[in-house]
Design a binder for this molecule. Structure first.
Ligand code: ADP
Ligand code: MG
Length: 725
């Protein structure tokens, strides 16, 4: 029996996994494995606790003495929870998390075993970062990357099979202080946005002295049984199916979306949620997604830094819990051709210390100038810096979604809904900048809140949509670290608010009353940024054509999208905002190009191997049977008609075999040539030469699939992967 049927047998004989009935309330266990502020308070002297809260709120660095006390508090808490090791937990540019574990156990001067954890160990560690992507910032022989504690994200206990580790969220930098991760740029971007946002807030409300960026992500994913996963080398190596013919039924009937969750998946989800609650990840929503075997988790939104950590942690836990359930999670943006891919919508907003969401229009007209300011500035920022936002979400795997006739398109446009479109048009054209005009504009806005829920969020084809009180960034891929697009959002909106503030100051210096000055500038921005606003069908060909006329960028693949990193305007923005230095920017660019080429290289090798080692032998074996059949029929002397059909199939199979063989060899040559190029040319070669070859190879294999006897086909088929639960 071939491995496919073994796997199917294994799957159908699985015992049901029964979850223990829930015997605690979520509120009783929530964050029990997190060193939250209230927990810290129990383990620290009041004076020290107060100092810690003050320093981390103000962004001051903590003294070594205070760090020692915090480390001691963490150690006590951890040991009481049977934790044996600690780890600096960080987010290198590979897009997932990394950790290096050390034991609390050590020997003291007398050779006696003790458990120790000092401020030094809390604050800094050298994880020997030589094998994380560094884009030339750190040559391997130096190997001096180090991790540094981020006190704004709480430490937590990771419990893997009762082996407990205290994980300390950290940033990862070179010895020279260059960023090598997603977290340092994110933290810097937040500070940058905060500075200009507070200046702008102060125009409206003196009580606003602190702002936080809020992020609520929506994680989409596919599940597949472990046995099926294990017999698909492509899923194991690349996270997606590199070949496989569409099943007759895909998602046409829309019968999966919000349908009842299959029992086995339900058990997985509830198990996972319990793990999340203990770690303080506020998972709130779970449901089926559009494609068969596709699902989604979403939390309550949080401060962006914590939300990013929680998403990274969630992905890790999702994989671990899946293994307990004999399942595998597919995070890839496009695991299966022909059905929907997965994204990770990022809901982005800005909140104030006064408890206000700056992107929430209110009923009180007087407050709405502030809303309008943040709303219009965000749109204007996206208009001016669309290309760099596009670059932030590009990757080999997300290329299958963006621009590939799938949600959402690669062209960045902003959807705001009919009601707000009307208001912006009215402000632009119909309202004079007088005291009365200001009142008129604000009255218009105060009618918004009730309309909001019905009017927005209906357009699923927009990559960037206003959904009532936040912007939903839909281009983000399901495998990505949210920090990448969040950093860009904070940077471009921060820069835009800074300019807005200056523009308003200039008018006010000329005796224009504040509200009129604000409206004048906003009117100008609304008119300028009009071309980025689009309310129609983002998937249509007409939109692609219209967007071109409007001068909007349309970068369908990663090497082209990444070009934004070498655009001087964007470069200056990174440098001026202090978020990435020129060296860092170059390194990040290089890492992304490298990653792209490597991903395609792995796919190309895996595909060729599967075609040569699995598809061809099956095709040839079946062809041999047909040949015997033809020979036997000929001997019967029933005439040509009797063996014409098998003969034709033999010929068809021969053609596809030839295509596969030729393609696999020329692809190998193309890879060898590409690998001699520098990183940019290499990425382009993989994109423009090797990707089309892979498509040709796949087409030949997918043609063979329905020709060859099902009993002899070695690879688990789409219908089996998508529909068996
Ligand atoms: P919808 O389903 O219409 O997209 P939800 O209210 O379910 O809207 O929100 C989706 C995600 O947006 C959730 O993760 C939610 O926490 C998040 N979200 C809601 N309000 C905000 C906000 N002010 N800032 C950031 N994220 C938010
Ligand atoms: Mg949503």
């Amino acid at each position: 029996m071939n491995s496919r049927f073994n796997a199917l047998d294994l799957l159908s004989s699985r015992d049901k996994i029964q979850n223990k009935p829930l015997d605690t309330m979520v509120s009783e266990i929530f964050a029990c494995n997190v060193f939250t502020l209230p927990t810290m308070q129990q383990y620290l002297a009041p004076k020290l606790y107060k100092a810690f809260v003050q320093d981390s709120n103000s962004g001051e660095s903590l003294t070594r003495d205070l760090a020692d006390h915090v480390a001691e508090a963490m150690r006590k808490w951890a040991l009481q929870n049977n934790v044996t090791h600690y780890a600096h937990w960080f987010q290198p540019l590979t897009g997932r998390t990394a950790e290096k574990h050390d034991s609390f156990f050590t020997l003291n001067g007398n050779g006696e075993a003790i458990e120790e954890f000092t401020g030094n160990e809390l604050v800094q560690q050298e994880p020997d970062g030589s094998s994380f992507p560094g884009g030339g910032l750190r040559s391997t022989f130096e190997a001096r990357g180090y991790t540094a504690w981020d006190p704004t994200s709480p430490a937590f206990i990771l419990d893997v099979n009762n082996q407990k580790t205290l994980c300390i969220p950290t940033i990862f930098v070179t010895y020279g202080g260059h960023s090598l991760d997603y977290k340092l740029p994110l933290l810097k971007s937040q500070a940058f946005l905060e500075k200009s946002a507070i200046d702008v807030c102060q125009l409206f409300d003196n009580n606003i002295t602190k702002i936080t960026v809020t992020l609520g992500w929506e994680q989409e994913y596919f599940l597949i049984d472990e046995a099926l996963f294990n017999v698909r080398p492509d899923l194991m190596m690349t996270g997606r199916t590199l070949l496989g013919r569409l099943a007759p039924k895909g998602q046409q009937l829309d019968d999966h979306y919000f349908g009842s969750i299959p029992e086995r998946v339900y058990a997985y989800m509830t198990d996972l949620e319990m793990e999340c609650y203990k770690l303080g990840i506020p998972i709130r929503t779970r449901h089926n997604e559009v494609a068969p075997s596709q699902y989604e988790f979403a939390p309550i939104y949080e401060d962006v830094n914590i939300a990013v950590d929680h998403n990274q942690l969630l992905m890790d836990i999702m994989e671990r819990v899946a293994i307990r359930h004999k399942l595998r999670v597919l995070f890839h943006e496009k695991p299966y051709a022909g059905v929907n891919g997965s994204g990770k919508h990022n809901n982005w907003s800005v909140a104030t210390n006064t408890g206000k969401n700056l992107l929430s229009p209110g009923k009180d007209p007087a407050k709405n100038l502030q809303f309008l300011t943040f709303f219009v500035n965000t749109i204007y920022a996206v208009y001016k810096y669309a290309d760099i936002l596009r670059a932030s979400v590009t990757s080999a795997s997300n290329d299958h979604r963006l621009g590939a006739n799938e949600a959402p398109p690669a062209i960045i446009s902003v959807f705001i809904g009919e009601a707000l479109t009307k208001i912006l048009n009215e402000i632009e054209k119909g309202i004079e900048v007088t005291a009365d005009g200001v009142k008129q504009a604000l009255n218009l806005l105060s009618k918004i809140p009730n309309l909001q829920l019905d009017n927005t969020d209906r357009n699923r084809t927009s990559p960037f949509a206003f959904t009532g009180n936040k912007f939903e960034i839909r281009m983000v891929g399901s495998t990505m670290n949210c920090a990448a697009p969040m950093t860009i959002m904070n940077m471009i909106v921060g820069k835009q608010l800074k300019e807005f503030y200056q523009d308003v100051q200039i008018l006010m210096a000329n005796k224009t009353p504040k509200d009129q000055a604000v409206l004048t500038v906003l009117k100008h921005y609304i008119a300028e940024s009009k071309s980025i606003r689009f309310e129609g069908d983002g998937y249509s060909q007409e939109w692609a054509e219209e967007a071109k006329l409007r001068g909007l960028g349309n970068y369908a693949d990663t090497p082209r999208a990444l070009d934004a990193y070498s655009n001087p305007t964007f470069k200056n923005l990174f440098i001026e905002s202090g978020i990435l230095s020129e060296d860092e920017l170059h390194a990040h660019y290089d890492v992304r190009l490298e990653e792209y080429a490597l991903k395609i290289q792995i796919e190309s090798r895996t595909l060729a191997e599967m075609c040569m080692n699995q598809v061809l032998p099956a095709a040839i074996n079946y062809q041999n049977i047909l040949i015997e059949n033809v020979l036997a029929l000929k001997e019967l002397n029933l005439g040509e008609n009797s063996y014409e059909a098998p003969l034709q199939i033999i010929e068809e199979i021969s053609q596809h075999i030839k295509t596969i063989r030729d393609c696999a060899y020329s692809m190998k040559n193309a890879r060898e040539n590409a690998n001699k190029l520098d990183s940019k040319d290499r990425a382009f070669a993989y994109c423009d030469l090797i990707v089309p070859m892979m498509e040709e190879l796949r087409a030949a294999a997918d043609h063979l699939e329905p020709l060859v006897d099902d009993e002899m086909w070695p690879l688990v088929k789409y219908r089996e992967m998508l529909f068996i639960r």
